[in-house]
Design a protein around this ligand. Structure first.
Ligand code: COA
Length: 288
């Protein structure tokens, strides 16, 4: 099993907000932050799910977790969530924009509302939270840090998830823009572009039914495996900690080499069996 990377007190006393923190990757990253001594605020639309996760996390780690219902699409709710976080913990040090919405669909089948729903959750949600936290940090002269979860198709684009690609591309632009604009306040802004890290929520929306077997994602990855949640948690913890204090405006890909394999013109040659290469070499050497 992959182990935690940072030393036990790496996030001691820091308060971190994780949007979409009740399930999946948000929950995995949050659990590790707690193990490193952080206080946590987890938010989503589903208070019952959040409360269950919060008590599970507290029991497992002995840390403090505040569960706040918040639809990140609505700026008033984001402000109220920040207020509640400050009442409970006194200060907020980091924001992890992790909440997302996505499903696969041919774009022409989407309603205008379906398209904007994804943009609203992913892009507007990340904007709303960053804006509220940025105003607060600048006003209070706190050197906060923002970590955005994007995806590798934020740089390449991807068919069949076009609203998500547009939104994540926007979040990446925001990451780099705020890194420069708010850098002078000591606020760092970075992003992680994860490849396939299986979770129930994502797999049911992106690989429903027997698609998970047919489009086995590990075959798309040079390392021939999907990611382990702790591997993502290690990177996220590093990026919200002071150990990454000079990293600003960066997007770090953690995908086992998946997107490069997809991009390389000759990557499909991996299908050629090893014993065929002798014959192929003869042909390439004899080329005139
Ligand atoms: N295919 C096509 N259209 C879809 C759809 C699908 N699978 N799922 C939802 N829609 C459409 C709806 O029909 C609606 O459009 P309409 O009003 O024109 O009919 C629009 O999208 C909004 O859907 P609704 O269910 O009202 O939105 P919501 O805010 O309750 O849910 C989702 C948002 C659809 C993204 C939902 O999947 C969700 O809540 N996801 C959160 C978790 C998540 O996606 N995580 C990311 C995992 S990778």
């Amino acid at each position: 099993m992959t182990q935690g990377m940072l030393r036990d007190d790496a996030l001691k006393g820091r308060t971190i907000i994780i949007t979409g923190g009740g399930t999946g990757l948000g929950k995995a990253m949050g659990t590790y932050f707690l193990q490193l001594g952080a206080n946590l605020v987890i938010t989503s639309r589903k208070l019952d799910v959040l409360q269950k996760t919060a008590s599970e996390m507290e029991t497992a780690t002995g840390g403090k977790v505040l569960a706040v219902q918040c639809d990140v699409r609505n700026y008033d709710e984001v402000e109220a969530m920040l207020k509640q976080s400050l009442e409970k913990f006194g200060q907020v040090d980091a924001l992890l924009n992790n909440a997302a919405g996505n499903f696969i669909s041919p774009t022409e089948r989407l309603s205008a509302n379906a398209f904007s729903t994804i943009i609203d959750i992913v892009l507007k949600g990340s904007v709303n939270c960053s804006l509220a936290l940025g105003k607060y940090w600048i006003d209070q002269q706190i050197k906060g840090t923002i970590l955005n979860i994007v995806t590798t198709y934020a740089f390449t684009g991807s068919a069949y998830v076009v609203p998500s690609a547009c939104a994540k591309g926007g979040v990446l632009a925001m990451t780099r823009s705020l890194a420069v604009e708010w850098g002078r306040h000591g606020i760092r802004t970075n992003a992680i572009a994860p490849g396939p890290f299986p979770t129930k929520g994502a797999w049911e929306r992106l690989l429903p039914g027997d698609m998970a077997a047919k489009f086995d994602f590990k075959n798309r990855v040079p390392l021939k495996r999907v990611g382990e949640h702790q591997e993502l948690a290690n990177l996220a913890a590093f990026l919200v900690s002071d150990f990454s204090g000079y990293i600003n405006g960066e997007v770090i890909t953690i995908d086992g080499g998946e997107w490069l394999q997809g991009a390389g013109q000759f990557s499909a040659l991996e299908m050629i069996p090893g014993e065929m290469w002798d014959a192929i070499e003869k042909m390439t050497r004899s080329a005139k």
